[in-house]
Structure formats: structure tokens, C-alpha cells
Design a protein around this ligand. Sequence first.
Ligand code: ZN
Length: 390
Amino acid sequence: MIDFISKSREATDAGSERQAVRSLPFSRRSFLIKTSCFGAFYAVAKLIPLPALAAELAGDSRVSATPIVDKGFASVRQIGNGLYATISDPSKGNTTLCNGGFLVGRDAALLLEGFTTTVGAAFQMETLRTISQVPVKAAVDTHYHFDHSMGNAFYGANGVPLWAHATTAKRIVDSYSPMQGADKEAVLGPLEKRVRDAKSDVERAHAQSDLNAVTGLFQIANSSVLGLPNHPLDPAKLPISIDLGGLTAVLESYPGHSGTDIVVRVPDQKIVYTGDLLFSGWYPVCFDEKATISGWRDTLKKFASFDKDTLFVPGHGQICGQEGIASIREVFDDIAGQAEKMFKAGVPAEEAQHRYVVPDKFKNFPIFAWGFTIGPAFTKLYAEWQAGKT
Ligand SMILES: [Zn+2]
């Protein structure tokens, strides 16, 4: 993503900008129609609505049978004593996109995530206020990605301290400010070229999924005012315990998804808010320059070692138990298994990633975009193997 943006910036000099405009594969009108078609953004997720809560979780005494509020784009459900989960359904809009939640003690509350929009962050805060009037101690961004941070300005406007991994603020600025005010065609041109130049229908579909994703990101970045965390959490000083009054949350840092990942655990109730270290029933998004496949698989192994009755609130997808951890580990095993065969056969990573076949058992798992999930997983696995770190 960073590479992509910096290349786009280079392309804004006059000559290459004209080139980008000339090389557009669609007329301006059909291009605009296309982009607005994908305005809902998660093109795949649009087709695959959020699954209902699994029967065994609906029977879990910690989890309320019905949500306390359901807005379509997200619903909020009690999942423990003073613990709530905000679960997004991206097939119904961009307001939140990611999951979040809040923790309510006797003395204070903690809000999780800035979501994609300030409206999303406000929705969660308003829902908290239907439950409790305790002061909000802080909001936490589990990591810097846009769908967890673009609504941060709501916290700034409402005097809510915003906590996050120490490098989150810098990564928000470095990743998203270059898109703001940038020429749209210069940003999207290289991706449109990839669609046009694709060597096969499969490669074209993959390139189109990347174009859809970046189109959505561009729209969101340009309709948001960036809000930055004002309370950096030094990972070397984690874990830390936060006492909310009869409810203790523990903030921990693990490698894997973004290099800025913070997990919020409530050990007394065996509940973990994982951020994007867990995609539940989704393919994992691995594109980040700080994402590490081996690190992420180790983190998931660690989650698998938590108590068998642990309830996980993932960054995306439905609330799950240990079966959700087992499932995402299987997805990683499958990606690594297919990649390894091609690595050993000498197939270059760039070609191999397009040959990955989604097994039947994962065919309903949304893929955010090929170049944000399978593609970088292959590239990173290849790099790890080439470095001899199998
Ligand atoms: Zn993420």
C-alpha cells in the first residue's frame, strides 16, 4: 500500500499524469459509473452477508440472544459482564466496516475502534450511553488501518483520549494523507493498467478486486479528516492492566497483521477483542509492509492456547470461539501448503499467487481483494523461505 501510494505520487508529474489519463481503459463516464457501483466497497462481502451467530454461541450464557441495537451496518450485543461487541455487516454499508465493542466498569468505560467514519464511532458511543453514564477513560484503535481509524476525529471532537500502538499515528499520516487531494486518475491509473494488461481472466479478476479496494479507500480517505491517537502505547511496556472498576482489561501487543496490533483481553471472563489479528470466516488481509506470516501464525497458535471457552471478538466477521481460531489457522495452512508446492517447483511468486485455488470449504470466506490477501501472503511466504526462515 505504501509502495503503491508513493508510486502514485511520483506519477503526478505532468507527463505521467497525462499518460495516466490517456491510458484509462474506460470513458470518464463509464469509469464514474463503475466506481460508484463499487461505492459499497467490499465487493465480495456485498455478496456474502455476515453469518448469524453460531448456535453454540447463541447458547453461551455470556452472550445475549438478541442485539441491544441493530442498525444493519452494525449491531451491538452483550457478550459478558459489562462487555459488549459491535459487529459490522459490510454488506450493509461502510459506516463501521470493522468490529469493535466497549467495556463498562463501575467507574469508567473503554471504547474500541475509530471505525471507518465518525458516524460509526458516534453510533458506538451513543449505544454505550444507553447502557451507562460512566466517564469514558479512553478509546483504543487496535491498529492504524483506515477501517479502524478514519472515524477517530469523533473522539477528538468529544474530548475522548485515544490510545493506540506507539507507531499508529505516524502510520495513519504516512498511509492516508498522500491520498488526500491526490489526483484520482493518477492514483487509480496503474491499477486500471493492471486490469487492462492482465494475461488471463483470473489475473484480470484479481486486478479488478484490487482496483475496487483502492477506489473505495481513495473515496474514504478523501471524505475523512484524519484523527490521530494522542496516547501512544509503547509495545515494550505492554501488557498493561486497566482497572475500570470491578472490570480489568489487559492490553497486549502481538505480531502479525499490521505491526501496530493491540489486543484487549478480559482474562476474568475469557473474552478477547483481537482486532484484525483474527479474521473470522474471512481470508486474512496480509498486505501490510509490517505484516508477517510466520509471526501471525505464531500469534494464532498463542490464541489457540487460551482457555477452550474463550470468546473472541474478531476484527472482521462473526464472534467465535476456539473453532474460529482453528479455522483461520487452516486457511493459513492451506495458503502456505499451496505456496510451498509452487515454491519448490520454481514457480515465481508473482505467477504462483494467481494460481492459488480457494478450497470448497473456504468458498464462502470473503476475500477483501486478491492483492491485499492471497498475493502478499504468497510474496511474504516466498521471502521467508528464501531467507531460510521456514
Ligand atoms: Zn487491518
